[in-house]
Design a protein around this ligand. Structure first.
Ligand code: ADP
Ligand code: MG
Length: 231
């Protein structure tokens, strides 16, 4: 909680209240696992991170003005080391074209997560004036708006409630291994919902937060993307 407080106050000093993948550390501080990666502000540093990670990487623009990164071509998946420089420049160019005065913090270089073996889910929170912090769980990634397969609870939730959420959505069978696929780590999903519940309970200043996707595989869960708004 101490570390999370530091991270949040650093953001408040920045003078805007929207945060993207810079908030990955906040998730880490609450034990929500995230892929290996770092945010850098120069192509050479991006390459250094990519070489450390080994294998192809994902690169994403990091800007409080660009919260839906894919919409502007701000996410590149499967970038080999030799393309990291060009990818960096291209991401920044796209961001500038989209919004010339965008505050560009840099580029996130992230380990690839195996989406084929997993299910993209979403775990989120929205503070409702009447009900308080509403936790949301559902199918994530590109399907979230299309299918609207979601379920809600007021935070804080007990483990049993968090578990119920994973059973309630229409796509629940997907998590439990439909069509001969291995079941994903549902316990990890349940734990993540609870950890998020704890985070937003500890920090009333967090007005909304989305982990989308939280990729659930048979081996565990990974928070691949996050965005949040603070008071
Ligand atoms: P945004 O939601 O702002 O467009 P994301 O970080 O969620 O950006 O990336 C968009 C999509 O790209 C994800 O939903 C996922 O399908 C894919 N993606 C992002 N990061 C990774 C990763 N580390 N490994 C594999 N796929 C990824
Ligand atoms: Mg996303």
């Amino acid at each position: 909680e101490e570390r999370a407080r530091e991270i949040l106050s650093a953001v408040e000093g920045r003078g805007d209240n929207r945060l993207g993948v810079e908030a990955m550390d906040l998730l880490d501080a609450y034990g929500i696992s995230t892929p290996d990666g770092d945010i850098v502000d120069a192509p050479a540093d991006a390459l250094e991170v990519a070489e450390r990670i080994e294998g192809d990487v994902v690169m994403k623009i990091v800007s409080p003005d660009i919260l839906h990164k894919s919409d502007i071509g701000g996410v590149k998946v499967g970038v080999p080391n030799e393309e990291v420089y060009d990818a960096y420049e291209d991401l920044v160019t796209r961001a500038r074209n989209y919004q010339p005065d965008a505050n560009i913090i840099g580029v996130q270089v992230q380990e690839m997560v195996d989406l084929d073996a997993g299910v993209e889910t979403i775990v989120g929170m929205n503070r409702d004036p009447q009900f308080g912090p509403l936790l949301m769980f559902g199918l994530g990634g590109i399907f979230v708006e299309v299918l609207e397969d979601t379920t809600f609870r007021v935070a804080p939730v007990a483990e049993s409630e968090a578990h119920e959420m994973t059973e309630e959505i229409d796509s629940a069978p997907l998590l439990r291994g439909a069509r001969g696929r291995d079941p994903v780590d549902v316990e990890g999903v349940t734990e993540t919902i609870q950890r998020l519940s704890q985070l937003v309970t500890d920090f009333p200043a967090i007005l909304e937060l989305d982990i989308n996707p939280l990729v659930a595989t048979p081996d565990g869960v990974q928070a691949v993307d996050v965005r949040l708004t603070v008071d």
